[in-house]
Design a protein around this ligand. Structure first.
Ligand code: HEC
Length: 147
């Protein structure tokens, strides 16, 4: 008699546990809304002007008007720089290459366009070759030493 009761109690316990487990699982299922796939909005790359190769965004026409009169726009688009580096290039052209002066507003818009669209990127230059991998330097004072 005693063992029958024990079996009943154990069975009841197991059933309760199973019920609890399934209800937990259901609850979990019910609670978790289907994970919404993250919407990845890639920053759209501006179109490229087929004539100059400049990125057609912002003040690109101002740059086309001021920066392609003496040389190809390729010279611009292949270059990279920060605000300061672009300004330095412009000052150099003004000093040495007859580039005209800009009013401050025009200049800052040109520089903003350039430094935003042609900013330095970290991996543009390969690392320097280690000295021991360089070819022998024929101009080295001591020709016995490789470099
Ligand atoms: C008045 C003529 C003239 C104008 C306008 C002009 N440049 Fe230049 N630029 C030159 C000359 C000349 C060179 C040297 C070309 C060469 O090395 O073959 C040069 C060279 C460059 C270089 C190469 C610099 C380097 O270190 O190799 C860049 C970049 C450049 N210009 C950007 C610009 C930008 C940006 C503008 C507009 C703000 C502009 N240029 C407008 C005359 C001009």
């Amino acid at each position: 008699m005693q063992s029958m009761r024990a079996v009943t109690v154990v069975t009841a316990g197991i059933v309760t546990a199973l019920l609890l487990l399934t209800s937990c699982a259901e609850k979990e299922d019910g609670q978790e809304p289907p994970a919404a796939a993250p919407v990845v909005v890639a920053a759209a790359e501006p179109e490229i002007d087929p004539v100059t190769g400049l990125k057609m965004t912002g003040d690109w026409e101002l740059v086309r008007g001021n920066c392609t009169a003496c040389h190809s726009a390729k010279l611009v688009t292949q270059q990279r720089g920060t605000d300061q580096q672009w300004l330095t290039m412009i000052r150099w052209m003004q000093e040495k290459q007859n580039l005209w002066q800009f009013d401050p507003n025009t200049e800052s818009r040109i520089i903003a366009y350039l430094s935003e669209n042609y900013a330095p990127d970290a991996a543009r230059r390969r690392a320097a070759i280690p000295r021991d991998l360089l070819p022998p330097n024929p101009y080295a004072a001591d020709t016995a030493s490789p470099n």
